[in-house]
Design a protein around this ligand. Structure first.
Ligand SMILES: [Zn+2]
Length: 569
């Protein structure tokens, strides 16, 4: 079906000494242990780099892996946090994420831009002559900024031109020790057509596995009766020497009766296709139990290019009889391999029809729409991974809502692109129109989160990226501001900085503006901790005097909180 030959060698031609590529040095000078690997399975994306452990702390020196220049500096309350990009002369870019500090001259450069733009969040391209760096030159300190759940260095190598991340372990990091093969923890068989069954069930079946004689097999090693088109998926993680962290696998090959059915390998991908992970894994299982099973077959509208070869999309049909030996081999980036072997046997049985209250068939290769008097949805083409028997119904909402609850299919089916939905409001006073927003309601506990949206003529329209239950609410409450460094609005309790905890109940934090004596002051925003911090800056603000301070925080529905204080510094 798909055959892609990866020509990495052209881009990455470099210096070899004794068979080892020494183009890249290591970005930290402590022993390298990983807490995350390239293409590891994450929520809605494959991990684009490797996570290097930093001994549980911040401020570990970070070094350039090769000669080059700083080409991009970005600062964000989420995502990569403080991140630097270095372009190298071999056509690659190295990326260093979640940093705590940049080198002072780089830090000053970006701080000036933050003050010019009056924005904490900045993302700037930098010309080659400004910050050249040498291989092994220290240029930053590691940290925990952005969406990081503990101190570490997120390190990435990208093809500079295509911006595609590539697997650093295939190009560098030869000192990383990994002698541990992937661990397979379960196997899944899925019936893929109406007539199919797995062990006489129309539903998928999960099998526990065990290691016998160096290979994995299904517990009790029974032959599984199947019929019709079926697919396989494995639950597996990789581990590396000296670290208990779960990492991801690098390749997977399915062979049935000696014939190769699919070859998957992930040493590069584009950010555009990273979300196809939701088709590569059994998303329904993930959405309901949190377990990730990796499929050895390709759904019709999954365009992930990492299936290098498939026979019949990796889907197997055993026919009416015969025992078929199945073998799946998994490898990590260092080539350590694990194999699971089992057998399926073709056994026909007529399956009772599956009941499904769908109202429309949505095809993945086309635009799909549905309109009622109080609801509409438009799903662009290539937003679904396979054709969908679309379900939709409404339910009376509880108190506090300004519409019915619209049950839009269910959260176990992934969406690759935004779908546009509109919901008609009910009993919404005109005065609250600008406070109205769409919420996604968790059917299990009734909790809801903002899905944003725009009000117009009695309707709210929003882009959603997951199916589920949606309705309209209003947010009339301003954000809360909790001072952490000022007592009684007059006395500083920390010498170098002023900090606040800021939170919003529904719409989310929109803008933050801190003014010292009427002048814009930079507040660093750490979204995961709801924390903003200003470090006193004698170069920009006159010190040793009484200051008038004003902080204004606005949520995404225009509700405003103001905190004012007077302090000496
Ligand atoms: Zn990472």
């Amino acid at each position: 079906m798909m055959k892609i030959i990866l020509v990495l060698t052209v881009v990455f031609a470099s210096v070899f000494v004794n068979g080892q590529d020494i183009y890249y040095a290591e970005p930290v000078k402590i022993p390298i242990l990983l807490s995350g690997s390239f293409a590891e399975l994450r929520s809605n994306h494959f991990h684009s780099g490797i996570d290097i452990k930093t001994q549980g702390r911040v401020d570990i020196p970070v070094y350039s892996v090769a000669n080059g220049f700083i080409s991009r500096i970005s600062i964000s309350p989420t995502g990569y946090g403080n991140v630097l990009y270095i372009d190298h002369d071999n056509g690659t870019t190295s990326v260093y994420g979640h940093l705590n500090q940049f080198r002072p001259d780089i830090q000053n450069y970006i701080k000036n831009i933050q003050y010019e733009r009056k924005s904490f969040k900045v993302d700037v391209q930098v010309l080659p002559g400004i910050f050249p760096v040498q291989k092994n030159e220290k240029f930053a300190l590691s940290g925990n900024s952005g969406s990081s759940d503990g101190p570490h260095l997120h390190f990435e190598l990208r093809n500079t031109k295509t911006e595609e991340p590539v697997n650093p372990l295939k190009l560098s990091f030869y000192n990383i020790k990994d002698n541990i093969p992937p661990k397979i923890t379960a196997l899944q068989l899925m019936p893929l057509s109406e007539a199919s069954h797995v062990n006489f069930s129309s539903n998928k079946v999960i099998y526990d596995v065990e290691m016998v004689g160096g290979k994995y097999q299904i517990k009790n090693n029974q032959v599984i009766p199947v019929y019709g088109e079926i697919g396989f998926a494995v639950e597996a993680n990789d581990y590396m020497d000296g670290s208990a962290n779960k990492c991801g696998i690098n390749s997977m090959e399915l062979t049935i009766g000696g014939i190769v059915y699919s070859v998957f390998e992930i040493n590069r991908f584009s950010f555009d296709e990273s979300r196809f992970i939701n088709s590569y894994i059994d998303y329904e299982e993930f959405a309901t139990t949190g377990r990730r099973f990796q499929k050895t077959f390709v759904e019709p509208c999954n365009q992930l290019r990492n299936f290098e070869f498939t026979e019949n999309s990796g889907i197997f049909d055993p026919g009416f009889e015969g025992v078929h030996p199945v073998r799946i081999e998994l490898k990590d980036s260092k080539g350590n391999s694990s194999v699971i072997e089992f057998s399926v046997e073709g056994k026909y049985r007529e399956m009772p029809p599956v009941k499904n209250d769908f109202i429309s068939v949505f095809e993945c290769k086309q635009v799909n729409q549905l309109k009622t008097e109080e609801f509409s949805i438009e799903i662009p083409e290539d937003a679904l991974y396979k054709n969908l028997l679309f379900q939709y119904q409404t339910k009376e909402a509880a108190k506090g809502y300004f519409s019915a609850v619209h049950q839009i299919h269910n959260k176990t089916v992934p969406l690759h692109k935004n779908a546009k939905i509109s919901i008609k409001t009910k009993d919404l006073p005109e005065s609250l129109a600008e406070k109205a927003l769409m919420v996604n309601i968790n059917p299990e506990n009734g909790k809801f989160t903002s899905a944003g949206g725009k009000y117009e003529n009695g309707w709210i329209t929003a882009d959603i990226r997951s199916f589920g239950n949606y309705a309209v609410r209003v947010d009339t409450l301003p954000p809360t501001i909790l001072p952490l460094s000022i007592a009684s609005k007059t006395t500083l309790t920390e010498p170098e900085k002023i900090r606040f905890e800021i939170k919003d109940d529904l719409a989310g934090i929109g803008t933050i503006e801190g003014l010292i004596d009427g002048k814009w002051a930079l507040f660093e925003y750490d979204a995961k901790n709801n924390l903003i911090t200003h470090y006193f800056d004698a170069e920009r603000f006159e010190m040793n005097k009484k200051h008038k301070f004003k902080l204004t925080v606005t949520d995404n529905r225009g509700n405003i909180s103001v905190y004012e204080a007077t302090f000496s510094k």
